[in-house]
Design a protein around this ligand. Sequence first.
Ligand code: HEC
Length: 410
Amino acid sequence: MKKTIFIALSFQVWLSWGQAAWTVPKQAELMQNPLTANQETIDKGAKIYQSLCASCHGKTGKGDVVAMQSLNPKPTNFHTEAFQQQTDGTIYWKLSEGRGMMASYKNMLSEEERWAVVHYLRTFKTDKQTNQVSTNQTVTSSKTIQSEKTDAFPFTTLINAKTTRIMPTHGFGLTIQHRFGATKFDEGFIKNFMGLDLAANMRFAFEIPINNKLMFEIGRTRYGKFYDLGAKYLLLQQTGDNQTPFSLALYENIAVTTENAPQYSEQATFENGTKFEYKFYHRLYYDTQIIISRKFSNKFSAQIAGEIIWRNLIPYRIKPKEESYVIAVPVSMRYKTGMRSAVSLEIMPNTHHQTMPVSLGYEVASSGNHVFQITITNSDRILLQNIFTQPTLKYGKEGFMLGFNLTRYF
Ligand code: HEC
């Protein structure tokens, strides 16, 4: 229900964008294509175009894909004069930033790949141009593109870990994280259909960007009936020329459990002996992080975070005794295995004696504004406030959980 309302809302937003002219910063307009328009570059651009763009703009660039004609505005026809008259810099900027249904490809494609696509788009000629040879494709190197900001990860959440990424500032994001029951390679694997038959945990969250540095998220998790409110602020962003060699973000999340108050006896006391009473603030769990990420190459990115989890209430009789806080140093990495696929790994050492969350992810069919990721985790918890405080499975002996993450930016 909520989802439909949000989709309807965002559709309104697309409609209103459709009317406005797409203004490009002067500086971007003047950027020169640093690549030579030789056969190799054009072939490279063609390959990217046919796998990522043709579904909307058409195999021949005419913007005539039937299923896409209801979009407003429609996918651009690249054979028009209006399109071809624009500078390389303008086209590059537009496909980097995106607008509405046109995703931002800044994080999907490297600078070189994007410039190669621009060359390929030039091969779609207007009727007038058909007999002319493209003229202004000289070899120039441009300093402006080198200082372009980059993101280590294309999405705001990797598997469970928050990344330094702030989503595109138009529209909103929807993330669904799903973890099935524990399974292992024994007869139960088949019987319980890889754990899919067993109880599952799920979190869904809406993400709302305020600008390109600040975003909020509102989430709901099944286990514990948690609602959570998160905020992320990007302090520093990595640039292509390494003037800023890494990105740095702050993250804070407050989660409240809406489960029924626990049953406790009349005689229950706090650790200091005073009479126990279950108060609202006992329902609150906090997650505070500072995250540093770096894109090492077009294929490989990694990040490390310093994280503190705080719980307002823990039973003091548990042995060994637990602290209200858990300190964690999660390390996450992602390796692109293809144009639309990537593998991710998260390892989360922390001060809680029973937990060592280790997660694997495989992205199938990522695009600039969409990801479907299959996950293997050793915890069915998704909220980081819980992942460090519920015992994790030992992979070999105790098994693992399958699951998936689905993210979509509207
Ligand atoms: C989901 C459909 C979709 C996909 C996939 C897609 N586009 Fe688009 N594209 C659009 C739509 C719709 C517009 C018009 C957006 C607007 O004007 O607000 C557009 C606009 C553009 C523009 C700007 C045209 C202009 O002059 O204003 C460029 C350039 C472009 N797309 C390139 C690409 C490239 C390159 C790819 C692949 C890497 C791609 N698109 C993938 C739908 C798509």
